[in-house]
Design a protein around this ligand. Structure first.
Ligand code: HEM
Length: 141
């Protein structure tokens, strides 16, 4: 990730926190509209699932310059993902849905510069999960 991406993400952390639940609620609506087949993954999800995802997106934005702070959280979520069968090809589904949701909720505040930074940051985090999940799948095989 570039320095300017890190600076932009950190500067958007308070806005993401303020609108976190609206963003993740919109994210799920976008995800299920474009990929109805993703609903099967969430069939046993708790009512407050979207709050957990919102909290993690905020934690990520706030800690983007210190990702070690997320370590344990990533490990726990990666194990949950593996148990449900999440695969690398599902990350763009969630990424596109999340970026669309940020644009919907932030409106004009979501400048192209901010959206480019979030695109880069999302796929950076996705790669962290994908690598961790690959390890967990390999250990299970
Ligand atoms: C970087 C992207 C992602 C982040 C930050 C993320 C974050 C999270 C978090 C925080 C949880 C809650 C864990 C808990 O209960 O403590 C979770 C659970 C879950 N995630 Fe993800 N996730 C990501 C990508 C994905 C993808 C690509 C899929 C598949 C489409 C997915 C499907 C799920 C499912 C099905 C659950 C469990 C829901 C339940 O039964 O409660 N996630 N994720």
């Amino acid at each position: 990730m570039t320095e300017s991406t890190i600076a932009i993400i950190k500067s958007t952390a308070p806005v993401i926190k303020e609108h976190g639940e609206a963003i993740t609620t919109a994210m799920y609506a976008n995800l299920f509209r474009v990929h109805p087949e993703a609903k099967a993954f969430f069939k046993d999800a708790s009512e407050d699932q979207y709050k957990k995802l919102a909290a993690m997106v905020y934690a990520y934005a706030a800690n983007i310059d210190n990702l070690g702070a997320l370590g344990k959280g990533v490990e726990k979520v990666a194990n949950i993902h593996v148990n449900i069968g999440v695969l690398p090809e599902h990350y763009p589904w969630v990424g596109v849905a999340l970026l669309e949701a940020i644009t919907q909720v932030l409106g004009e505040a979501a400048t192209p510069e901010i959206m480019d930074a979030w695109k880069e940051a999302f796929f950076f985090l996705a790669d962290v999960f994908i690598a961790k999940e690959k390890e967990i799948y390999a250990a299970k095989a």
